[in-house]
Design a protein around this ligand. Structure first.
Ligand SMILES: [Zn+2]
Length: 475
């Protein structure tokens, strides 16, 4: 009986080949035709050759389709775990899949083994996330991929609008809308990350609203009525500019950004404010007529004011003074003055122009001097944010500072030579009557007091008691 080992090596393969050829024609169940030992020899021989030139591998099968080969199941599983982690990473989660993924073991020729790349496998899998859907007034807004972050997202939005700080003691923050989160499973591309979600909520939603032009409307007026800037209204209607004529009854589009969720907060705000000093004038006959002399320089005081406020989406809706505490008393300025000349309501002079005035606020004009529909607009409106400071257009003396009906909180400055300027709708005045101001000095803060539909500065130039177009005087 020959052993496999006894066959000289150089004949070994020839023998096997011949036997394999022969083997097809023999019956395995005929030990009388061919000896059992020979069968054993052939099996062992061919088996060794097979093992040396082939390898075991595993097909990854996705939904019944063979995608490619990897070395073994463990490797396949590791690869899939990695893919799911990488897919979910930008969203802060582990992605999942519902694809049927199975493995099928094979032996293939060494030369035929091509390892499946992670990238190629990743393309053949569909991914899902277990997120939460945010709905506002039953309207779905988005799906947040990481469900656990749902509460944090809403709390962070509340904090963003409530602006708690050393100054702002927030007592309550609430959503004005019905806000709900519910678990939902979606394909991964339909979900967004925590950062994207918060950014989206902060930015708000662009909404297009149709507006029917009313009698006497101007671009400025439409902007004011809708709490927008004139340039925003114009931008919503391509091809228009401030000179485009508005025809009553026709429709235009207003593109407004509205928050998805309205956040109302209440609390106490503490501000440190200036107490402007008073000016006291004493007659002094030792001085010549019109001559003045400062007897005691004035200095501003300081007070701490507590406001109870209500904010909506970070903007103050209402506030009332709750408490005031003087930190430093103001010191009055005492001026000695020679024998008084005749004073008049408006100083009159020879100057018929008011050249050399400078802009009280360097922002866009939202309404010009002249007829606005049937009304005559006695000044220009300069766009400004609530609380934005404006300055004196020229040096002069404050002849009026306080509430003035439709003008709201208003300052009038007499610049001499019959020229005066008026600053209306302020939220706050920083000067008081009798005070001398220099050109460019901050005198008040922009607001929307009196008859005003939005924060702006109404600015007038008055010459010898009559208003003139300020644009002819401003430099
Ligand atoms: Zn105005």
């Amino acid at each position: 009986m020959k052993k496999v080992n006894d066959i000289p090596l150089k004949h070994y393969f020839e023998t096997i080949k011949a036997k394999i050829f022969t083997i097809k024609n023999i019956s395995w169940k005929s030990p009388r035709i061919i000896g059992g030992s020979i069968v054993l020899m052939l099996l062992m021989g061919s088996g060794l050759v097979y093992l040396n030139s082939t390898t075991s591998a595993v097909y990854i099968v996705v939904n019944g389709e063979k995608i490619g080969l990897v070395a073994n199941e463990a490797q396949a599983e590791e690869m899939i775990d990695q893919i799911l982690s990488e897919k979910g990473a930008p969203l802060g989660i582990e992605a999942k899949t519902h694809d049927g993924i199975t493995y099928s073991s094979v032996r293939i020729k060494n030369a035929d083994f091509r390892m499946l790349s992670k990238e190629n496998l990743a393309e053949d899998i569909s991914y899902y996330v277990d997120g939460v859907m945010l709905t506002v007034n039953k309207e779905p807004i988005f799906v947040l991929a990481k469900a656990e972050d749902g509460d944090k997202l809403l709390n962070d939005l509340k904090e963003y609008y409530a602006q708690p700080s050393d100054k702002n003691l927030v007592s309550s923050v609430e959503f004005e809308d019905e806000v709900e989160t519910q678990p939902v499973e979606v394909p991964i591309e339909q979900a967004i990350s925590y950062e994207q979600a918060l950014e989206k909520l902060k930015q708000g939603n662009l909404q297009k609203v149709e507006y029917t032009i009313q009698e006497n409307d101007s671009w400025w007026l439409i902007a004011r009525k809708n709490d927008m800037m004139t340039k925003e209204v114009l931008a919503s209607n391509p091809g228009t500019n401030e000179d485009t004529i508005l025809k009553p009854g026709e429709k235009i589009v207003l593109e407004k950004v509205k928050p998805y969720i309205n956040v109302v907060s209440e609390g106490i705000r503490t501000e440190t404010e200036t107490i402007p000093f008073d000016v006291i004038t004493e007659q002094d006959s030792s001085l010549s007529s019109g001559q003045t002399k400062v007897k005691q320089p004035g200095s501003d005081g300081q007070k701490e004011v507590q406001y109870a406020y209500v904010q909506k989406n970070g903007k103050i809706v209402s506030q009332t003074v709750k408490d005031e505490k003087v930190l430093k008393e103001a010191v009055s300025q005492v001026i000695k003055k020679g024998p008084q000349r005749v004073t008049v309501a408006y100083s009159r002079g020879s100057g018929s122009t008011a050249s050399g005035l400078s802009w009280p606020l360097r922002r866009g004009i939202t309404s010009y001097y002249g007829y606005r529909g049937s009304d005559f607009h006695t000044g220009i409106d300069i766009d400004g944010d609530q609380g934005e400071p404006y300055v004196a257009a020229g040096a002069g003396k404050v002849v009026s500072a306080g509430w003035a009906g439709n003008y709201g909180r208003t300052i009038v400055i007499d610049h001499g030579n019959g020229v005066m300027t008026r600053y209306a709708h302020s939220t706050k005045l920083l000067v008081s009557v009798g005070e001398s101001v220099s050109k460019g000095q901050r005198i008040g803060l922009v607001g929307s007091t009196g008859r005003s539909t939005g924060s702006h500065l109404h600015f007038e130039v008055i010459i010898n008691g009559s208003t003139v177009n300020p644009l002819k005087s401003l430099r």
